[in-house]
Design a protein around this ligand. Sequence first.
Ligand SMILES: Nc1ncnc2c1ncn2[C@@H]1O[C@H](COP(=O)(O)OP(=O)(O)OP(=O)(O)O)[C@@H](O)[C@H]1O
Length: 311
Amino acid sequence: MNVLEINNLTKRFGDFIAVDNMSLQVKEGEIFGFLGSNGAGKSTTINMIAGLLRIDQGSIHILGKDVSKHKRFSKMNLGMVPQDLAIYEDLTAYENVNFFAGLYGLRGAELKEKVEEALEFVGLQDQHKSYPKNFSGGMKRRLNIACAIAHQPKLIIMDEPTVGIDPQSRNYILTSVRKLNEMGCTIIYTSHYMEEVEEICSRIAIIDHGKVIADGTKEQLKSIITNTKDVWIEVKSLEPIRVDAIKEIKGVESVQIDENIVKINSDTSVNNLNTIIEHFINQHIEIRSLEEKAPNLETVFLTLTGRTLRD
Ligand SMILES: Nc1ncnc2c1ncn2[C@@H]1O[C@H](COP(=O)(O)OP(=O)(O)OP(=O)(O)O)[C@@H](O)[C@H]1O
């Protein structure tokens, strides 16, 4: 079943088209990665899913129901962890979660139980009486998550939940995402950190200029660029390296130097490894190690959009 279905969605700000005839489906049980560089249209799409922004054209269905027509149903089934923290500094951690869960109509013993469960889930049960102004960035992010999940929605959208936090909190959040997923939640996860998306997402859409330019599993996305391969050669010293000469070797498409590693991207149809090694030997360049690298999502993103994710 599709938990989320977006059909031909468009959003304009004046003459500018932020989301351009976008269509995509997210299936039950997925952790779906939403990848795009700054301004690609991720937040605009998410805000339309959450009913915070008017749709110009197209439609969005959550669990088969049109979000424009079934506002309450969509709200009850959606948990939104926004990019900018949505918590009140002058309410305690408990009062914050209580406030948001209350907006979904939870009352009395059920409300208390769900608030306590959410605080425990994000590891803030011992700080339930503390004010977020005394929290670290990571604790505030965790509280933000508790506020979004207390009403136990089927679909949770997390818009860059790990921005600007310490590695420990980041791991905590990634583990929480997996746990929520195991508990039956479908999750949409946006991040600028490719390695996070690669680690936790079962399917990924790459967004560029308001359009989905590719979507699939990591393996499917990587197979888009199987026409090139990378060889990384670690050398003792970069001193005699001549990038221009390496680029002239048949099949070589690009050469990058990263500290003392020479990263050579070649066309897979040309077997040029011997020629490359001979070149290094002839130039009396001492090779320390040599590794053939499988393409990663960063390479896929770069190939498809012409930019790195964090441009
Ligand atoms: N209210 C608005 N008025 C005018 N332009 C807007 C508005 N909101 C967003 N935009 C523009 O729409 C484009 C898409 O923005 P959006 O925030 O959706 O991108 P994003 O992919 O979420 O980027 P980021 O990773 O920086 O959050 C950007 O060029 C942005 O400047």
